[in-house]
Design a protein. Structure first.
Length: 211
């Protein structure tokens, strides 16, 4: 019966996707190197281990929207869900290296985006929790299936620069903000009435000069 282990060996930007996408280089190894694995239908939950890194004063100020004032972080700083990912692993024996594609967003209404954008440098501690189904050759019994145990996980420290490079690639010198439709329509009417050519100038006209 397969006994799989997981290790993330790196992460890189996927350059030609429809939306921001990271590829985690995931090493999957079976304890029995001679056993033929037919397919793995893999599911992964990725958590950000916020308590496992140091924060500068500037980072703490930017992250106050998520965790409140630094004096309260002993109570408010907790691991947070980032996203879910899936992969279909093709046949292998022993071990294999697969790309686990992790979709990302630059929507600042999403807590994970606020967290990544609030960091200056360093690494983001991640915990990847795996589940799914392994299909393998069972000898005379033919094709067999077994569930991945719920205790399978891997830790990885994602460099902040990788996330920044991804967002700069997909949104060069930009950011993405979602508005309620009624708020957008009011802002659009304001832009039209005043003949303001760009959205940046529209927003700048609404902000005090000292901001």
């Amino acid at each position: 019966m397969p006994e799989l282990s997981f290790q993330v060996e790196g992460a890189e930007v996927v350059p030609f996707a429809a939306a921001p996408l990271l590829a985690f280089k995931l090493r999957i190894a079976n304890a029995d190197a001679s056993e033929q694995i037919h397919t793995v239908a893999l599911r992964c939950q990725i958590q950000i281990e916020t308590t496992k890194r140091h924060y500068t004063a500037e980072e703490k100020a930017r992250l106050s929207d998520l965790f409140g004032e630094p004096e309260r972080w002993g109570h408010t700083l907790r691991a947070m869900l980032w996203t879910h990912a899936t992969a279909v692993v093709t046949p292998f024996q022993g071990s294999t290296l697969v790309d686990l594609h992790v979709p990302c967003t630059f929507d600042f209404n999403v807590a994970a985006t606020k967290y990544f954008a609030g960091l200056d440098a360093g690494e983001v501690p991640l915990n990847l929790l795996f589940s799914g189904t392994v299909f393998y050759e069972g000898g005379e019994r033919g094709l067999q299936a077994v569930q991945i145990p719920w205790d399978r996980e891997a830790q990885f420290r994602l460099p902040v620069r990788v996330w920044e490079e991804m967002m700069e690639h997909y949104y060069p010198n930009g950011a993405w903000l979602r508005l309620r439709r009624d708020v957008f329509e009011r802002l659009y009417r304001y832009k039209l009435r005043r003949g303001i050519p760009t959205w940046e100038q529209t927003l700048e006209s609404l902000m005090p000069n000292d901001e």
